[in-house]
Ligand binder design. Structure first.
Ligand SMILES: Cc1ncc(COP(=O)(O)O)c(C=O)c1O
Length: 442
């Protein structure tokens, strides 16, 4: 029997059961909405005179470089103030603005002194940059499974730990904190450093603590798909003055200057080789306005998510994605689970027909199945990562992460927009209430 036919029969049965179960749009019924609902870019949605005013100040002062302007004795204030306020929001002692989240990850690797011979445990499902930063440092990335939060599965970490393991990378994906109590427990037991990647969850918290404030060092992307943005940008933050100094030096060709020298009070490190990932004052201007709006963005998006969660809470057979701290979640997406891929795909298809599109987990890649990772291709054939006995022995592929594959196959979610109206969230709830029972019981 075809999917449509089966859905039709079951939706007809559901129709008989009560008014909430109208005929599905995929079967020819009226869709919940006439036009598809789509979430937009959070940061730019909130742009107003504040960003404009700060940008104008940079332009009028003709001071786009963060370390000096026309008057070389005056330090322009935008990036420096953004760093202070970002650190304050994150309840961390120090923060450094950089050019992207990818750059921030490389800076964090250098700060942690990760290099050839070291291993870093990363989740099998995350963005390319997490894996690439480890390779760019010359170290070996080892992929661990995710759990139903879509984040590093603490129960799968220990089997990957070797005497060479130095860092656990806890990535908080799609607005959802990782299970930090359990991750930190494993890290302490094995004396490993924890790098938190907060890129997809800026503004979220775990048990009252801002994400990124629990590990040794954290990074955030401020690229346009993230909670706040200047188009591109990134930040590295930590409570550790040595890690901060190493981060500063790496991002600025080995050097350190004011205002960071003043912030640190004293230096503890000699110069070493670095890059140029410095943030400019135009980006700093936009991000300074954006960090001041972050509490409002977070409160708006959580309000939207709350209406959706409340509207579907009583659905029979409802399985939410794993939420290690529901109160701390950003609320940028609501994901629900199905017994398997068949039902999940049916749900997605039927929701799309209702003009309330849902998608599988997104914004990341299944790292072990990427062709260049399977082929172990770095920037040079003699790159240290896969030229060690351990690097030669490591094997990737979907078979290395079956749990991750199964989770990614059976969840679907709706991406939320902080400015969705009450009517928008009523439509999301109505479509889910219409389709979910048919898929689960059909
Ligand atoms: C989890 C995660 N880490 C790092 C990055 C890299 O950030 P950027 O695009 O700013 O380089 C991203 C970007 O999407 C991300 O999702």
């Amino acid at each position: 029997m075809s999917f449509t036919r089966r859905i039709f029969l079951s939706s007809a049965a559901a129709l008989a059961a009560g008014p909430a179960s109208a005929r599905l749009a995929i079967d020819g019924g009226s869709p919940v909405r006439s036009k598809p609902l789509r979430s937009r870019l959070y940061g730019p949605l909130y742009y107003d005179q504040m960003e404009w005013g700060f940008l104008k100040e940079v332009w009028e002062a003709r001071a786009p470089f963060r370390f000096w302007g026309m008057d070389r004795s005056v330090i322009p204030p935008k990036v420096a103030t953004f760093e202070r306020e970002f650190a304050g929001f994150m309840q961390s002692k120090y923060a450094l603005g950089v050019t992207s989240g990818t750059a921030a990850l490389q800076v964090a690797m250098a700060a942690l002194e990760i290099g050839p011979g070291d291993e870093v445990i990363v989740p099998a499902w995350t963005w390319h940059s997490c894996f690439n930063a480890v390779v760019m440092a010359g170290a070996l990335p080892i992929c661990a499974e995710i759990d139903s939060s879509f984040n590093l599965d603490p129960a799968d970490i220990e089997r990957h730990i070797t005497p060479r393991t130095k860092v656990l990378m806890a990535v908080h994906l799609q607005g959802n904190p990782a299970n930090m109590d359990a991750v930190l427990r494993v890290a302490r037991k094995h004396k490993l450093k924890v790098l938190e990647d907060v890129s997809q969850s800026v503004g979220a918290s775990y048990k009252g603590k801002p994400l990124g404030s629990m590990g040794d060092i954290a990074i955030a992307s401020l690229q346009v798909n993230k909670t706040i943005s200047a188009g591109e940008g990134g930040a590295v933050y930590t409570n550790d003055p040595l890690l901060f100094e190493r981060a500063i030096r790496f991002h600025d060709v080995g050097g350190i200057r004011a205002p960071h020298t003043d912030w640190l009070g004293e230096t503890r490190e000699e110069p070493f080789i670095g890059v140029n990932y410095r943030m400019n004052e135009f980006s700093g201007a936009v991000l300074l306005a954006q960090i001041r709006k972050l509490p409002r963005v977070v409160s708006d998006i959580r309000g939207v998510a709350k209406r959706v969660y409340e509207g579907i809470a009583d659905l029979k057979h409802l399985e939410l994605r794993g939420l290690p701290d529901p109160a701390g979640e950003l609320g940028s997406a609501v994901f629900i689970g199905f017994p398997g891929k068949t039902q999940r795909d049916k749900f997605m298809e039927a929701m799309r027909a209702e003009n309330v599109p849902v998608g599988p987990p997104g914004g990341s890649v299944l790292l072990p199945t990427q062709p260049h990772i399977l082929a172990k291709r770095a920037t040079h054939p003699n790159w240290p990562t896969w030229n060690s006995p351990e690097g030669r022995a490591v094997s990737y592929g979907a078979e290395s992460c079956p749990k991750t594959v199964a989770i990614l196959d059976r969840f679907a979610g709706v991406s939320l927009d902080p400015k969705f109206t009450e009517a928008d969230t009523r439509d999301i709830v109505a479509a889910m209430r219409k389709v979910h029972p048919v898929v689960m019981e059909g």
